[in-house]
Design a protein around this ligand. Structure first.
Ligand SMILES: NC(=O)C1=CN([C@@H]2O[C@H](COP(=O)(O)OP(=O)(O)OC[C@H]3O[C@@H](n4cnc5c(N)ncnc54)[C@H](O)[C@@H]3O)[C@@H](O)[C@H]2O)C=CC1
Ligand SMILES: C[N+](C)(C)CC(=O)CC(=O)[O-]
Length: 491
């Protein structure tokens, strides 16, 4: 399979798709007649590079190549995925599909970002209707995992399975919508909330800001981690869902919603909303707002990942897939050269690891070195099973030298050297790099302990022997610069 994705229409959504594919190692070609498209996509990419790679605890593949093309013919030749993200007008989409299908390989998938058209509408008049599916993403496409995959009736089951696989491989969560419907699943909710919000502004009940506070101070937080039904199950108390429905069922016939009616979008209403929105958020540029949004999303999503929950479970799965590429060893046998420092961390700096100085916070250096130590423990046999049986290492002393700064999204790697690995002691020296640039060193003395007595103890042979082998091989390495240095002494 070629890993070339063509993006037709590089606006808000096309730019997000370009970043998602590119940062997951695909080559990306863009066709968009807007002369500003390259600048706009470049700005979206800058934001994506600062936020997406750091969602994971493993490095993403090397970034693909981005090119811009003057014709659809040139842009789609040899592509295995085409993502249409032109304006939400059926006639424009039909024209684009006709030209794409005239030049695209028959096995390639054409995904449409349409927010609301059904696949059967998109497929009308197509040369091969089964090639066109809805792949409806959510903004920002490079961070949010959800894609509604709506194949419609004309679909080819193998192409759908392949589409699912591709979307998963770029860290997304394809939700297979089996029955086509206008606006799919998620946009029906967004539309319902949007319509209610328009009424609340129009009727003078609330401003745009008050409506946003009502969402983000309360139910928005609940929805992000449990959705609707799981949230309401809990709201039913011990009696659960049935009690919830019994209690709130009657509201369905009370005037709690205006959904059966739609406010007219008069010029006055549009001005009112736009003015309130300016007053609420006009102090930020769109790119600044995007950066706030992205940093908040990354923080929330990384918390969910730590709990392997909701959208975080999708990211944890992507981490496992990235780990399976085998760049980082799990056992001594995985090491190609026992005598070389061991690669123990290969990842990007998450945006929430940076601070008011605009670079990685000092505490995160220790976090990264702690991860490197954990990996080295695993490699020498101090596995979760071993720890479960009561043996582990505690860190007794740490010395970190901060030598250079590093920013959100940068790829860092840690190479670890065993200075001593005998008896109860494991003395490690980690070097952190961005490319060839040495960013920091971490020297750590660890003592093997019994988790039962909480006192120092000798490791079992299953750990002592591999550690001794690695220490013996590393003994031939030069003593690292800075090893044994004390604070204030440059070593
Ligand atoms: N903005 C949003 O929140 C979301 C939008 N969508 C869907 O994504 C699609 C695109 O929407 P946006 O990115 O928001 O629109 P946009 O207006 O930001 O971008 C559309 C882009 O298409 C380009 N374009 C226009 N005609 C073209 C053609 N014939 N060939 C190639 N490019 C062409 C424009 O120059 C522009 O850059 C729509 O179908 C929309 O429903 C889906 C999810 C969310
Ligand atoms: C408003 N919208 C219909 C374009 C929204 C979407 O389609 C999805 C999103 O990202 O909110």
């Amino acid at each position: 399979m070629t890993r070339i994705a063509t993006i037709i229409g590089g606006g808000v959504i096309g730019g997000g798709w370009a970043a998602r594919f590119l940062l997951n190692g695909w080559d990306v070609r863009v066709f968009d007649p807007d002369p500003e498209a390259a600048r706009k996509i470049g700005e979206v990419l800058d934001n994506a590079r600062a936020s997406l790679p750091g969602l994971y605890d493993m490095a993403l593949p090397d970034e693909g190549t981005l090119t811009f093309h003057d014709t659809i013919k040139e842009a789609v030749a040899g592509a295995s995925w085409v993502q249409e993200s032109v304006p939400e007008r059926l006639e424009i989409k039909h024209r684009v599909f006709a030209e794409v299908q005239a030049h695209l390989d028959a096995e390639a998938v054409i995904g449409s970002s349409t927010s609301g058209f059904k696949p059967s509408q998109l497929q009308q008049g197509a040369k091969d209707p089964s090639q066109i599916v809805v792949t409806h993403p959510f903004n920002p496409v490079y961070l949010l995992p959800l894609v509604e995959l709506v194949p419609g009736e004309a679909h080819d089951a193998r192409a759908v399975a392949w589409a699912q696989k591709v979307l998963e491989s770029i860290g997304m969560y394809p939700l297979h919508v089996k029955k086509e419907i206008d606006a799919h699943i998620a946009d029906r909710f967004l539309e319902a909330v949007w319509r209610e919000a328009l009424w609340l502004v129009r009727d003078g009940v609330a401003t745009t800001q008050e409506i946003d506070e009502a969402i983000r101070m309360g139910f928005g937080l609940r929805w992000a981690q449990m959705g609707l039904f799981e949230t309401y199950r809990i709201a039913g108390g011990e009696a659960g869902m049935r009690h919830f429905i019994e209690q709130f069922g009657p509201c369905l016939s009370w005037p709690w919603t205006k959904l059966m009616d739609v406010p007219e979008l008069t010029e006055d209403l549009i001005d009112q909303i736009a003015d309130q929105s300016d007053a609420q958020s006009g102090q930020y540029s769109i790119r600044e707002l995007e950066r706030h949004r992205d940093a908040n999303l990354v923080g929330m999503m990384r918390s969910l990942k730590a709990r392997d929950w909701g959208a975080g479970a999708v990211m944890a799965q992507h981490d496992r897939a990235l780990a399976a590429r085998g760049a980082i060893a799990e056992t001594l046998e995985d090491l190609a050269d026992l005598g070389a420092p061991v690669l123990t961390v290969d990842r990007a700096v998450p945006i929430d690891w940076t601070d008011y100085n605009g670079h990685m916070n000092e505490a995160r250096y220790l976090q990264a070195f702690g991860d490197a130590t954990d990996r080295l423990m695993l490699i020498v046999g101090c596995t979760p099973d071993y720890i479960e049986q009561g043996g582990s290492y505690f860190t007794a002393e740490t010395h970190i030298r901060h030598l250079d700064e590093v920013h959100a999204g940068a790829r860092i790697r840690i190479e670890s050297q065993v200075l001593e690995g005998a008896g109860k002691k494991m003395h490690l020296f980690h070097r952190m790099f961005e490319g060839d640039r040495l960013l920091a060193t971490g020297e750590h003395m660890l003592i093997h302990v019994s988790l039962e007595t909480r006192r120092a103890s000798d490791p079992a042979p299953s750990v002592a022997d591999p550690l001794a082998r690695l220490a013996a091989a590393h003994a031939a390495l030069p003593q690292p610069d800075g090893a044994g240095a004390a604070v204030g002494k440059r070593g």
